[in-house]
Design a protein around this ligand. Structure first.
Ligand SMILES: *Cc1c(COP(=O)(O)O)cnc(C)c1O
Length: 386
């Protein structure tokens, strides 16, 4: 008979080098963070623009707590939303050039809720093999048939679409892949979606605030937000807040308001978080230097790694993985960096197939941070950790 065996599971994880623990910070997110009692330079967050601890955003949050209170108290369809929620949706539609936007409480809630609502039994979902777990879970929750295509392989995708022309079709992809930092072949995907009458669902978690003046991958490639494109994005990464959005045709947004369970059956985000997102979008529109600085820092790191003979392909963005041969090495490299004052976590199965230490660069890093990190990576390489 089957028996509960949590202890056995945990020790097996430890044996395989796959055991994970939570590393809580003391104090704010930012360039320097305090972890396990030690201050380290932070290369681990998705706070690409350093907005998580921005004084204007903090001021705005405090102000709105005073006028709107703390909790939202109900779902959006009841009394949970405010005029700020509506305003943020309008600002996002304008920012993205789309008709209508609907907010979700997190990127995870957006993907699970929206994908499960949109994809019914008559749908075939074409999903990139490296899509984020929240997309995978959205696909699982839906009634659609999921067909995985090889990573960024549009020839493979075309063939799979051609074999499935009898049902409704949707292509789903991360715009920027969260663990490798490469950009999806969005121009080709838009072409394919147009040619074969598919919806195209883009997860803009790591492109919002990063690519195309912060507007995302379509703006980056100068592509119109066609009516068959649905864009999901998060407010929790580069925008320094929390929550997510889905934006596109007005009918799709209205449909989600009526069908997405993670939206209907969950308490809305409090107004101060929403106000922070509004302020963040305004800030990146006002101050283009921040995104420029992010990309300069990214170039500094990547060119330095190349000089050390470290291959950073396929990364094209501020996400730069250091690929290592095994889990043990990922942990040892991360620990080595930590001892030398740099924080970058190991990423292992099941998040990725190939273990790595994932570095993320931010606009608030200083040149000396990146120089220091490169020096320590060079040392690690000399010790055979890389
Ligand atoms: C982080 C992430 C999400 C989830 O967003 P949260 O707001 O953190 O829930 C979804 N998709 C991708 C690609 C992500 O990296």
């Amino acid at each position: 008979m089957a028996k509960w065996d949590f202890e056995g599971y945990i020790s097996e994880l430890k044996r395989l080098g796959l055991y994970r623990r939570i590393n809580d910070r003391e104090g704010s997110q930012g360039r320097i963070v305090k972890v396990r009692g030690v201050e380290v330079v932070n290369f681990s967050s998705n706070d690409y623009l350093g907005l998580c601890n921005d004084s204007d955003l903090k001021e705005r949050a405090a102000e709105v707590v005073r006028t709107h209170g703390t909790g939202a108290g109900a779902s959006r369809l009841l009394s949970g939303g405010t005029e700020l929620h509506r305003e943020l949706e309008e600002i996002i539609s304008e920012f993205k050039g789309t008709e209508k936007t609907v907010l979700f409480n997190s990127g995870y809630a957006a993907n699970t809720g929206a994908i499960a609502a949109i994809c019914d039994m008559d749908t075939v979902i074409f999903s990139d093999e490296l899509n984020h777990a929240s997309i995978i879970d959205g696909c699982r929750l839906s009634r659609g048939d999921v067909i995985i295509y090889r990573h960024a392989d549009t020839a493979h995708l075309r063939k799979l679409i051609k074999d499935n022309l009898d049902r409704k079709r949707i292509i789903i992809t991360d715009s920027v892949f969260s663990m490798d930092g490469d950009i999806a072949p969005v121009q080709d995907l838009v072409g394919l979606a147009g040619e074969y009458d598919c919806l195209l669902y883009l997860d803009e978690a790591h492109s919002t605030g990063v690519l195309g003046d912060g507007r995302g991958v379509l703006h980056h490639y100068n592509i119109k937000p066609e009516p068959f494109i649905i864009q999901m994005g998060t407010l929790s990464k580069a925008l320094g807040s929390v929550g997510a959005f889905v934006t596109g045709r007005a009918e799709i947004a209205d449909f989600l308001i009526n069908r997405a369970r993670s939206l209907i059956y969950s308490t809305a985000l409090p107004a101060h978080d929403i106000a922070v997102s509004i302020e963040a979008i305004r800030k990146i529109q006002r101050d283009r230097e921040r995104i420029k600085r992010l990309w300069q820092n990214r170039e500094h790191l990547v060119s330095g790694l190349k000089e050390l003979g470290i291959d950073t392909t396929p990364s094209e963005t501020p996400i730069v993985p250091l690929i290592v041969p095994d889990n043990e090495r990922a942990i040892r490299l991360s620990d080595f960096l930590f001892e030398k004052g740099f924080y970058a976590p190991p990423v292992r199965m099941p998040t990725v197939k190939i273990p790595r230490v994932r570095l993320t660069v931010s606009a608030v890093h200083e040149d000396e941070d990146i120089r220091g990190l490169l020096a320590v990576i060079s040392e690690a390489k000399a010790c055979g950790l890389l």
